[in-house]
Design a protein around this ligand. Structure first.
Ligand SMILES: Nc1nc2c(c(=O)[nH]1)N[C@H]1C(S)=C(S)[C@@H](COP(=O)(O)O)O[C@H]1N2
Ligand SMILES: [Mo]
Length: 300
């Protein structure tokens, strides 16, 4: 499969604590001599310190297993994730039910260290294992009339206690514009920290779109549909004033009930660190061009 993008931010680079501390001192010493690029790099390095396994797997959003942050870790073990098939349909050459193991045998799995930012103003950094969504879409053959990609989560009342309650209109659905879906930063994650992805994080396959708020990263995907029209999304259906289709991380566009200008770093303890939210979650150089000429306050 095509290899479009290489993560130059290796985990080995950021986990080296002494190097990091040293770099900090170097920067403090260099002071005003540092250019903007140097400062941006510092922000990236600071942002990309991986969270602990416990943070990433015990502080989750997955309403099919309850609305509390600790509910998914407690309840998601009931989800049967093997065997798993994904229906790919709509505007594709070869619609059908694809077995996950067949998909995986054709994909290049790699690790990506991505910052993950949720709309509730918290963030963490996760080493995801997965493949580029573009490779999967190309496998099914995208027709030229397709403009959007719709995603759907499993809806299994016997395995998902949360879907017995009408907190959201089940199944959970999400969508991307086709160019966003084809962008090399967009991955289907099947693992974290080199292990299979735990159920509470969206096993066996979930989306990760690192420049968007967490809710775009739909979990336990059973259907992918290529469409001509913008597909509905769960949070927009639930509250259109608060959640738009694009949901790009943007410190200048506040959620109606809270600012998005800063974020709490999960795992930073009692004196929780807050950091400034970066435009497009720090990925603006890579994805800013997708939104050239768009009013991001209107298309939030
Ligand atoms: N199916 C489904 N996917 C979902 C959600 C959900 O409730 N159901 N929550 C979303 C939200 S709001 C966030 S912040 C992320 C959380 O991902 P994590 O638990 O791996 O950190 O999952 C997203 N994907
Ligand atoms: Mo979220």
């Amino acid at each position: 499969m095509a290899y479009r993008w290489k993560n130059d931010l290796k985990e080995s680079q950021v986990t080296d604590q002494s190097l990091w501390l040293n770099r900090r001192q170097l920067i403090a010493g260099a002071g005003a001599g540092l250019g903007l690029a140097g400062i941006a790099q510092t922000a990236q390095a600071e942002a990309l310190e991986p969270n602990s396994w416990d943070d990433v797997t015990n502080y989750n959003n997955y309403y099919e297993f309850g609305t509390g942050k600790e509910d998914p870790a407690a309840n998601a073990h009931t989800l049967v994730t093997s065997p798993w098939t994904v229906k790919i349909d709509g505007l594709v050459d070869t619609p059908g039910d694809y077995a996950l193991e067949d998909i995986l045998s054709k994909m290049t799995i790699e690790e990506r260290l991505y910052r993950f930012r949720c709309v509730e103003a918290w963030s963490m950094v996760v080493p995801w294992n997965g493949f580029e969504l573009a490779d999967l879409l190309e496998m099914a053959g995208v027709l030229s009339s397709a403009k959007y990609v719709a995603f759907e989560t499993a809806n299994r009342p016997d395995e998902m206690p949360g879907v017995r309650y009408p907190v959201l209109d089940w199944p959970y659905v999400e969508g991307l514009r086709l160019d966003e879906a084809m962008h090399p930063l967009t991955i289907m994650a099947t693992g974290i920290y080199g292990k299979d992805i735990p159920n509470q994080n969206g096993a066996p396959m979930r989306l990760v779109v690192p420049w968007k708020y967490g809710f775009k990263s739909i979990k336990s995907i059973v259907r992918i549909t290529l469409t001509e029209d913008e597909p509905p999304t769960s949070w927009n259906k639930a509250n259109a004033r608060e959640y738009g289709f694009y949901s790009n991380v943007n410190p200048e566009v506040s959620h109606p009930r809270w600012s998005q200008a800063s974020e709490r770093v999960i795992g930073s303890g009692l004196f929780a660190t807050r950091q400034d939210t970066l435009m497009m979650n720090g990925y603006a150089d890579e994805v800013g061009g997708l939104y050239a000429g768009m009013d991001l306050k209107a298309f939030f």
